[in-house]
Design a protein around this ligand. Structure first.
Ligand code: GLU
Length: 506
């Protein structure tokens, strides 16, 4: 039974890189009929941000990334928030000490800082490890008896992992293959503090083990920690059930150099967060995909392809298709560049999949904001006609307004280019034609384009675009006769009369 977890720390809004990690876990779980778990890793209380946990839940829910167990829905392996699991970690720290895999350390922050300075002065970097640990104040250098005496006396301490000297540790990564690191390069990481809180490393391994996690799929930034994690499984005697690891490639800046950051989003004008985030401390607002009008399906599709491909040219994939097609073998080892044009392309594609009714709902909402009540069937018709020109719902009003109100001004450039001094004569003729021929597409088309424009050797572009200026306000919009049919004879005539009046050359 596959069991995977998404294990964010509630230190702020969830970055889209984190969303992609959650998505890949979800696809993998669903594909294997497994379970998807949401665990909140909040052991570092100094970085806790109120509202972040709720944000994470809301964002993933909006995107359709669902969980089988988790902090918000419970489950048989709970609690799913590490601070609620606090009492269970101490025994594991003590087990490691008992078995010679960890030790108590009493070094004060000032003492550690002094050591760092001492090394710096010699152009070296201090690392708390097999070479230096005996110079420090810990149960290895002081002896266990002294260590126990200090603990009983209430001295603050931490528990550090004790890496064996000079062994090669291999992480079998599903994406990268074997990654080997020598223990001499690794520092004796803090696992537990005397306030009873474990650090990320201890809590993460204990929880993955006790929650029976089978696969750890997470960002590449955790690869350097993986050798320690592998050693912890060994130290606890849990090697048999150690999960398999997959470290996902980074999401890179659009230029390709470096990790995608919030600042890149601000700089280039795209969100790096799924939902808008109001920072409780600074009051700063960061934009979100949802509020920008992106459809969740578009965001999911775009993120799925940032670091993975189905092995074919197919780009548009629904969540169900992604679940079918996803495979770890096709996850790339290299970072994936964020591409704003591509994000917009996905959004446009998904917008086209919306029903005319759904687009009409959005349009109606914007019409109301402008004080316009319109016939539902008419709104649906406009929505269906204009959808292909729209990428974001916010463009609806701007793109469709002339279906609902006459232009109040005329684009100067268009007027200068098309509305020649004789144009009032031609527009008066257009009115005459509209008032006399049957109000049908073909009849109007023939009367206007053949019997008047062509028969009199007039410039079609000039006349038809002037009519467009009169009706729309500028030279944009759908097929002109279709537009006239939509607006009706009376409204079209009124608009043309008004343009003749307003654009009169004195
Ligand atoms: N709490 C870690 C994070 O915020 C989880 C890393 C992991 O999945 O092991 O990314």
């Amino acid at each position: 039974m596959v069991r995977v977890r998404f294990a964010p720390s509630p230190t702020g809004p969830l970055h889209i890189g984190g969303v992609r990690t959650a998505l890949y876990n979800y696809l993998f779980a669903r594909q294997n009929d497994g379970k998807m778990i949401l665990r909140i890793e909040d052991t570092d209380q100094t970085r806790f941000v109120p509202g972040a946990e709720q944000y994470i839940i809301e964002a993933l829910d909006w995107l359709g990334i669902k969980f089988d167990e988790g902090v918000h829905i419970g489950g048989p392996y709970g609690p799913y928030r590490q601070s609620d699991r606090k009492p269970m970690y101490r025994q594991y720290a003590e087990q490691l000490i008992r078995d010679g895999w960890a030790y108590y350390a009493f070094d004060k922050p000032e003492a550690l800082e002094a050591k760092r300075k001492e090394y710096e002065a010699q152009k070296k970097t201090f690392q708390y490890d097999c070479n230096t640990r005996l110079q420090m104040e810990n149960s290895l250098s002081l002896g266990m008896e002294e260590a126990q005496r200090r603990i009983v006396a209430g001295d603050p301490y931490v528990v550090r992992f004790q890496f064996p000297d000079n062994i090669d540790i291999t992480v079998h990564d599903m994406i990268r293959g074997d990654v080997t690191m020598n223990s001499r390069l690794l520092d004796d990481k803090v696992l537990f503090k005397s306030d009873g809180m474990p650090t990320y490393h201890l809590a993460n391994i204990v929880d993955d083990h006790t929650m029976e996690i089978t696969h750890v799929i997470r960002g590449e930034e955790w690869l350097p920690s993986a050798p320690l994690h592998v050693m912890l499984y060994k130290a606890f005697g849990w090697e048999e059930t150690m999960p398999r690891f997959a470290h996902l490639p980074l999401l890179l800046k659009p230029e390709g150099n470096g990790k995608l950051s919030k600042r890149d989003g601000d700089r280039l004008g795209f969100p790096v967060f799924p939902l808008e985030w109001h920072d409780p401390k600074s009051g700063e607002i960061s934009s979100g995909y949802r509020e920008k009008g992106y459809l969740p399906e578009a965001v999911v599709n775009m993120l799925a392809l940032m670091g993975w491909n189905p092995g074919t040219e197919q780009e548009i994939m629904s969540m169900d298709e992604l679940i079918k097609l996803f495979n770890v073998e096709h996850i790339s080892k290299n970072g994936a560049k964020f591409n704003l044009d591509k994000a917009k392309w996905f959004q446009h594609e998904y917008f086209q999949k919306l029903s005319d009714e759904a687009v009409a709902d959005m349009l109606e909402f914007q019409l109301k904001e402008h004080g316009i009540e319109a016939d539902r069937a008419y709104v649906v018709k406009v929505a269906g006609m204009m959808k292909e020109r729209i990428t974001f719902p916010s463009e609806l009003w701007e793109t469709c307004c002339y279906f609902f109100q006459a232009p109040t001004e005329y684009n100067e450039k268009d007027v200068a280019k098309r509305w020649t001094p004789d144009m009032h004569i031609h527009m008066a003729k257009v009115i005459e034609i509209l008032n006399t021929v049957p109000f049908e597409y073909d009849a109007i088309h023939k009367a206007l384009l053949d019997d008047y424009i062509a028969a009199n050797g007039l410039n079609t572009g000039k006349v038809m675009n002037s009519l467009r200026i009169a009706v729309v306000g500028r030279t944009v919009g759908p097929d002109m006769i279709t537009l006239v049919m939509m607006l009706g004879k009376d409204e079209t005539v009124r608009r043309v009369e008004r343009a003749i009046e307003k654009l009169k050359v004195n």
